[in-house]
Design a protein around this ligand. Sequence first.
Ligand SMILES: NC(=O)c1ccc[n+]([C@@H]2O[C@H](COP(=O)([O-])OP(=O)(O)OC[C@H]3O[C@@H](n4cnc5c(N)ncnc54)[C@H](OP(=O)(O)O)[C@@H]3O)[C@@H](O)[C@H]2O)c1
Length: 252
Amino acid sequence: MNPFTLQNKTILITGASSGIGRSCSVECSKSGAHLILIARNEKELNKTVSLLEPGSKAETIIADITHYEELEDLIAEKVAVLGKVAGFIHCAGIEKTLPLKKHDSKLYNDIFAVNVISGFELAKILSLKKYKSETSSFVFISSVAGMGGEPGKTAYSASKGAVISGVRSIAVEFARSNIRVNSVSPAMVNTPILKKMFDDIGEEASREIIKKHPLGIGNPEDIANACIFLLSDAARWTTGSNLVVDGGYSVC
Ligand SMILES: NC(=O)c1ccc[n+]([C@@H]2O[C@H](COP(=O)([O-])OP(=O)(O)OC[C@H]3O[C@@H](n4cnc5c(N)ncnc54)[C@H](OP(=O)(O)O)[C@@H]3O)[C@@H](O)[C@H]2O)c1
């Protein structure tokens, strides 16, 4: 069998209403996965469902993932329909570019709640035997901002660094439960979060950032394909890694 296939695996994806999460949903459906898709915006989440491979099985959960204590019951309902979860992609994320003097505790808390804590809390739920298939693979979307410094990104880059280091610990802890855990670190990818950042920093700074990508700005499918590899049996000996998918950004 093709080791890269996700045929009949149930994959849960956060941030599925937009950008990278939407693309992961579409590409996973093309690979044969059943999907549990989570986001707050029902209209945009339904749009994602409409883009899936015809005949795909998909269930949606309209929820704010920072209310993670309410998610277990909702996930249990969807697992009863689609089967136990064999993969998880934590794509939901928020970004703010602001000088440190404009950072405050609310900003740190808001960013960490979505980018880090919700993902790790979901991993806790999905590691339970009642929801997990025999083997499973968890993928957390981090960022090159979690590996190198960028002005105005203290809270965001700290959250993405926390994802990379947290993933390593969870990978070691969950290996005995046959769960692999990895992160993916994109550079700039053409999605609404990027547009918002470019609006924040202005045209000239945006042009400078684009120039730093030898292969140009990425597309969401470039990240989705990396996630599919990590979810699939082709990556069965890969855990605790941070797969950098950045068009050459971090080697310049
Ligand atoms: N685009 C880039 O250049 C880039 C680069 C590096 C890393 N990343 C990372 O990639 C991930 C996806 O980014 P993107 O570009 O696809 O962003 P996006 O288009 O803005 O999508 C963000 C997603 O997160 C969801 N979300 C945010 N807060 C949520 C909450 N409280 N509860 C539930 N869902 C929530 C949003 O859904 P709702 O609003 O419907 O809830 C949306 O689906 C993020 O972690 C981002 O940091 C992006």
